[in-house]
Write a protein that binds this ligand. Sequence first.
Ligand SMILES: [Zn+2]
Length: 318
Amino acid sequence: MRKYSMACLMFCLLAVPSLRAQLPQQQPPDLSKVQVKVQKLAENIYVLQSSGAQAGMGNIAAFVGDDGILLVDSQLVELGPKIEAALKTVSDKPVKYVLNTHWHGDHTGGNAYFGKTAIIIAQDNVRKTMQTVNDRRITNLPVSLPVITFSNELTLHLNGGEVHAIHFARGHTDGDCAVFFEKTNVIHLGDLFTNFDPPHYPALNSDNDASGGPQGEIAAIEYVLAHSPEDMKVIPGHGIVASKADLAKYLEVLKGTTAAVKAGIDQGKSLDQLKQEKVLAKWEYLESPPIKTDVYIERLYKGLIAEKNGSGSSGGGR
Ligand SMILES: [Zn+2]
């Protein structure tokens, strides 16, 4: 299962212009050997995950039925044909809608492929950011852009069921939504939640634009835990499909690490002091090569300062 971890986070890191400048120039990954695997989670719900040497694309949920297919997230444009072939193994209907959980290119890159025929949907801020951001994985505008956007909530009625998207302001980004597949106990949380084996630090906002923060992410996960059944299956943005207990455990880490850094900020400590004092020593087992403890402390620190100052955009949401 480790295969889902490293490459994925490095891939995500490279999306961030400010960080990209600090890293050695890397070639785009070779996606030719990537395989897209399909796993059934409920009667009409599947999760599609990429594996192979360069795994690291966001998890896709597929809701299939007589009306057509709804995808939640779209991975990368290069993988469009493989995703389509994987879908053909469970349905002969076309992809009718793509709903993006947030703007990052490992979740929206495939819009360029599916957007030629399907309708793209996302929260208002996703469209705004995609129009201006420097992310090489987001291509072929305006085909890739959401054509239906919403501020707080949206319900899709198809395939005899309902899909409910709820926006949470300023979590992993300023445009995150959680997608509830009503009646099936399946939810896709995008990068509000990642689930690796072995576990990593939570996926905080990494865009250096104050568009997200840890307290917003905590609020989002608390809402989801309070509004979901015990037997819920949780599709994370990256990694392994999880249980409600797994999500609760992730929240515990997020709250504990956030509280430790916030206590230092409240005492007037600088970012360097917090790093030197190793305020997260208790959680160092969660380090992964791209996200060392100091990187995570920095993301927490910047996110908390942004939340304290009320900076960044919110664009509605809970
Ligand atoms: Zn992301």
